[in-house]
Design a protein. Structure first.
Length: 169
């Protein structure tokens, strides 16, 4: 499943970049709140990454980077989730996701399941490796691969359909 898409690379100097980033940050605030209604929903569904992926893929790495940096911080300040101890690892993974999604969209100029799968695997493998080094525990660093597979699949499949939908509007 591949779709040609109207993908952009907006600069943070453009006012609409800030508007789009704000919308994706709000999405990254609301989606985790819904997912946290399910026991272990945040750990299983990884919702804080969803709109970072969509924003970076559709509007470029700069919109994605704003979303990646601000979403975890705002969520933590407003709701205590993620806990401050998890902020560095989640922020690193979010930044890796934004950069990988922005690069992939810019390079290939289309959206597909395999491309999104590559983006998600990249940020998860590299981010989990960094998290393992930070925590001194391989098991803790790679916990997303133990319990977060549904969330990764949601990012790939849901991200594909969401990006496809917003590119046709």
């Amino acid at each position: 499943m591949t779709t040609s898409a109207n993908l952009y690379s907006l600069s943070v100097r453009e006012p609409r970049s800030l508007l789009f980033a704000a919308m994706f940050i709000i999405g990254n605030i609301l989606l985790p709140q819904v997912c946290h209604l399910v026991p272990q929903g945040g750990l299983i569904l990884l919702p804080i990454y969803f709109f970072t992926l969509v924003g970076a893929y559709k509007y470029g790495w700069q919109v994605g980077l704003l979303t990646a940096l601000l979403s975890p911080i705002v969520n933590s300040l407003l709701f205590g989730m993620p806990p401050t101890t998890a902020l560095p690892a989640i922020t690193i993974k979010s930044v890796l996701l934004a950069l990988a999604a922005g690069f992939t969209a810019s390079r290939y100029k289309k959206v597909s399941i395999p491309l999104l799968l590559a983006v998600v695997l990249f940020y998860q493998v590299v981010g989990s490796g960094i998290e393992s080094l930070m925590n001194g525990s391989l098991a803790d660093g790679f916990q997303d691969f133990r319990i977060g597979i549904p969330g990764m699949l949601l990012q790939v499949v849901g991200g594909y359909f969401f990006i496809k939908y917003v590119t046709t509007k």
